[in-house]
Design a binder for this molecule. Structure first.
Ligand SMILES: Nc1ncnc2c1ncn2[C@@H]1O[C@H](COP(=O)(O)OP(=O)(O)OP(=O)(O)O)[C@@H](O)[C@H]1O
Length: 232
């Protein structure tokens, strides 16, 4: 479970010596239940990515507290945050962020290498997962030899390989056509159901948002529960 309590954040903008703070997040509090999918929708510039960066520990909030599964993470040092992320979180981005010089197999394997998992174990885990997410045929391909949908599957598999309880997705279907978007949303839903993974999805697309159990609207740094419950 993720608890967000009274998060406030502002960025300083303007020339050196004349900076002024611009509030971006204004006293946000909400909870993400374990095993649920939540989506945060809002216009460009409303503060969605800033909130995600704070929830994932990339950015320290000016004030407020983040607790993940009982651990207060907003007080972590950078090293503690990085370790916690590798253990607890997976990430999916709009532009996939795959390593161009690595194959499908190697991209998915990478987080396990960072965690120091043995070669034998890595090979076993990646083989199982490429099969599960439908990438076996393209496991030796490089990212530029894959379709957008396949690239997003690789990035989802890379997020899943360490078996994290929570996955953050920032516009996960933003670069995909509508048919491929449906495929990826179906994959996210099935992973949520079969593995109980919690998803926090950021999007400006109502259709993407609608796969969530709970939808939040972000408007000028203020978050409101949409109250919409979607029957899956
Ligand atoms: N590092 C930064 N320094 C200064 N201002 C920033 C910084 N990062 C974001 N901002 C500002 O904070 C506001 C919120 O940005 P944020 O990226 O969180 O919005 P968003 O809702 O995710 O937008 P988008 O959908 O376009 O990604 C914007 O006005 C942006 O210009």
């Amino acid at each position: 479970m993720i608890r967000v309590e009274h998060i406030q954040h502002s960025f300083k903008i303007g020339k050196k010596g004349k900076e002024r703070p611009v509030p971006v997040l204004k006293d946000l509090s909400f909870e993400v239940e374990k095993g649920s999918i939540i989506s945060i929708v809002g216009r460009s510039g409303s503060g969605k990515s800033t909130l995600l960066h704070i929830m994932a520990g990339f950015l320290k909030p000016e004030s407020g507290r983040i607790t993940v599964n009982g651990t207060v993470t907003s007080d972590f040092t950078e090293t503690q945050s990085a370790e916690f992320r590798l253990d607890q979180f997976g990430f999916i981005f709009q532009n996939f962020q795959l390593m161009p010089g690595l194959t499908t197999f190697e991209n998915i394997e990478l987080p396990l290498k960072l965690k120091g998992v043995s070669k034998t174990e890595r090979t076993k885990l990646v083989r199982q997962l490429v099969q599960h997410v439908g990438l076996k045929e393209v496991q030796d391909h490089y990212p530029n030899e894959l379709s957008g949908g396949q690239q997003q599957r690789v990035s989802i598999a890379r997020a899943l390989i360490t078996n994290p309880p929570i996955i953050f997705a920032d516009e996960p279907t933003g670069s995909l056509d509508s048919e491929t978007e449906q495929e990826i949303l179906a994959l996210i839903r099935s992973l949520n159901e079969s593995r109980g993974i919690t998803f926090v999805i950021i999007t400006h697309d109502d259709e993407v948002a609608s796969i969530a159990d709970e939808i939040y609207q972000m408007h000028d740094g203020v978050l409101k529960a949409g109250g919409m419950h979607h029957a899956i």
